[in-house]
Design a protein around this ligand. Structure first.
Ligand code: KG4
Ligand code: ZN
Length: 334
């Protein structure tokens, strides 16, 4: 039987829709919200309003592009959590109404699980079990993935997420939101050994990024006392050094997880997996430790509905459907 699913993502500041047909992604329409740049971070209420404006055009375009009529859809999927409540509500309400109107099943998706399952959109696909370092604006997790829908969190951040650490460092440097991609760009032209920052020692496989943020803050304060133009004159080197430190912190625990589990199939996912410094470092470690690594296409690193669609495909195959009364779960766990 043919399976066509419409998937919707609205957990943060991207409104996205995707159609998947028999496990193949037909499109991935994303409307980003630039309004948050004026505020230095995502403003939840503004995100909800923008989702409301964007959701119909985005879904219309996804269906038109896929050349699919509503009546031939087999299910509708949406991000149930984690995310911002008001933002999630827009996608959830739309998906529920749509599924009820068409009298087809509803599928709820965990956003973090979807980031990981994005690895099953294209080849090469990881083999089970594999480890996935999921690094986004809201989460940092090392996950052991035993099957499509069977995942176990081995370690996670105790405070800030890796993306948050990038964004907050960027803010200290006077860069606009989201600063992660900008740090990446400046870092490409800088010396990663120019400056060093102290790391934090967290137990087991957990992370902590709040200390490094404070260390960077004091470092910049002291240097600016000596040279008010310090940031401007050293932007590339500062970004390269900050990035190298954050990447090193991410890699230490990932290597530890691989050693502890004996798993050498290693993937990265989430917004920060677009980071060039992290990708390069992963490649170097892969050669040294004989890892087989998996890095998502840039299109599937940040928030997108294609990852929701592929997750929905596997849930559909497993026969896991949700009630029409399902509600968003902003703090949903993996
Ligand atoms: O997964 P994502 O799009 O949204 C969440 O689920 O949070 O991740 C967004 C995060 C932001 O913190 C952003 O700055 C970061 O990913 N990010 C990057 C890069 N591209 C996006 N951080 C470092 N380097 C990048 N190239
Ligand atoms: Zn995300």
């Amino acid at each position: 039987m043919d399976i066509s699913i419409l998937a919707i993502e609205s957990s943060c500041d991207e409104t996205s829709a995707s159609v998947i047909h028999n496990g193949k992604i037909l499109n991935n329409i994303i409307a980003s919200q630039s309004i948050h740049q004026n505020y230095g971070g995502v403003v939840p209420e503004l995100a909800s309003r923008a989702h409301q404006q964007n959701i119909i055009p985005v879904i219309d375009q996804a269906l038109k592009d896929a050349n699919i009529v509503k009546s031939s859809l087999n299910a509708v999927a949406f991000t149930q959590g984690p995310g911002l409540l008001g933002a999630l509500l827009v996608g959830a309400s739309f998906a529920k109404a749509f599924a009820m109107g068409l009298n087809i099943p509803l599928i709820t998706i965990n956003h973090m699980q979807a980031h990981i399952l994005a690895h099953f959109i294209d080849d090469p696909k990881p083999e089970f079990p594999f480890l996935c370092l999921t690094v986004s604006g809201g989460h940092t997790q090392i996950v052991q993935v035993n099957d499509y829908l069977e995942m176990e969190v081995l370690g996670e951040t105790l405070d800030d997420a890796a993306g948050e650490a990038f964004d907050k460092s960027a803010k200290l440097l006077g860069l606009p939101y989201p600063g992660g991609p900008l740090i990446d760009q400046y870092a490409a032209k800088g010396n990663p050994k120019a400056f060093s920052f102290p790391g934090t020692n967290t137990p087991g496989l957990n992370y902590s990024f709040s200390g490094i943020k404070t260390a960077i803050m004091y470092f910049l304060r002291d240097r600016k006392k000596e040279d008010p133009e310090f940031i401007k004159n050293n932007m590339n080197d500062i970004c390269a050094s900050v990035q190298a430190k954050l990447v090193e912190m991410l890699m230490i625990k990932l290597k530890k997880a691989s050693k502890l589990t004996g798993i050498r199939e290693i993937a990265i996912a989430g917004g920060v997996s677009a980071n060039i410094g992290l990708r390069e470092r992963l490649q170097q470690e892969a050669e040294r430790l004989q890892w087989k690594t998996y890095v998502p296409e840039f299109e599937y690193c940040g928030d997108n509905a294609a990852m929701i669609a592929i997750a929905a495909h596997y849930k559909y195959l497993a026969g896991i459907f949700a009630e029409y009364t399902s509600v968003p779960e902003p703090r949903m766990k993996l």
